[in-house]
Design a protein around this ligand. Structure first.
Ligand SMILES: [Zn+2]
Length: 163
């Protein structure tokens, strides 16, 4: 009898841990077609400006209403500022009053990873470059266009290559 009583709490603890691990895994798997770039944090630090390193590698956030692409309407392709992976086109961008550049869809092909982010007491979907793993911003379901999506992206995380 004593043994049975001891085993039950151990089993419950194991189940709880597995549940947490599952929640931390990516929401959508990255297709194998995206060739990954793997660099050490020391290498990234050498390649990026201190601001870029903070946003892209330490999951920082641009100040709202201040990023260089917030109000940009120029035509072109928005690429990952760390590795050049093409993420969005200018016609996917819409004027958002949220304070950061916003897009209603992404360029197809598994270029962006989505994963649950429970930091700061919120449950959000973090978006990361599938090629180099850099932090881009967050994805919300409150977009005003037909897709209903709002990719809220840091200006520092992207680079516009004009047409
Ligand atoms: Zn990248």
């Amino acid at each position: 009898m004593m043994h049975r009583l001891l085993i039950i709490p151990v089993l419950l603890a194991t189940v709880a841990c597995q549940g947490q691990n599952k929640k931390g895994s990516p929401v959508a798997a990255t297709p194998d077609t995206v060739k990954k770039i793997v660099r050490s944090e020391a290498e990234w630090k050498k390649m990026l400006t201190p601001e870029q390193y903070h946003i892209l590698r330490e999951k920082g956030t641009d100040r709202p209403f201040a990023g260089k692409y917030y109000l940009t309407h120029d035509s072109g392709i928005y690429k990952c500022a760390a590795c050049g992976n093409a993420l969005f086109t200018s016609d996917m961008k819409f004027d958002s009053d949220c304070g950061w550049p916003s897009f209603d869809k992404e360029i197809e092909g598994g270029k962006i990873i989505k994963q649950e982010d429970r930091s700061y007491g919120m449950v959000r979907i973090e978006i990361l470059c599938a090629k180099c793993g850099s932090h881009l911003g967050h994805l919300f379901d409150d977009g005003p266009t037909l897709t209903g999506k709002r990719y809220c992206v840091n200006s520092t995380s992207i680079q516009l290559v004009k047409k």
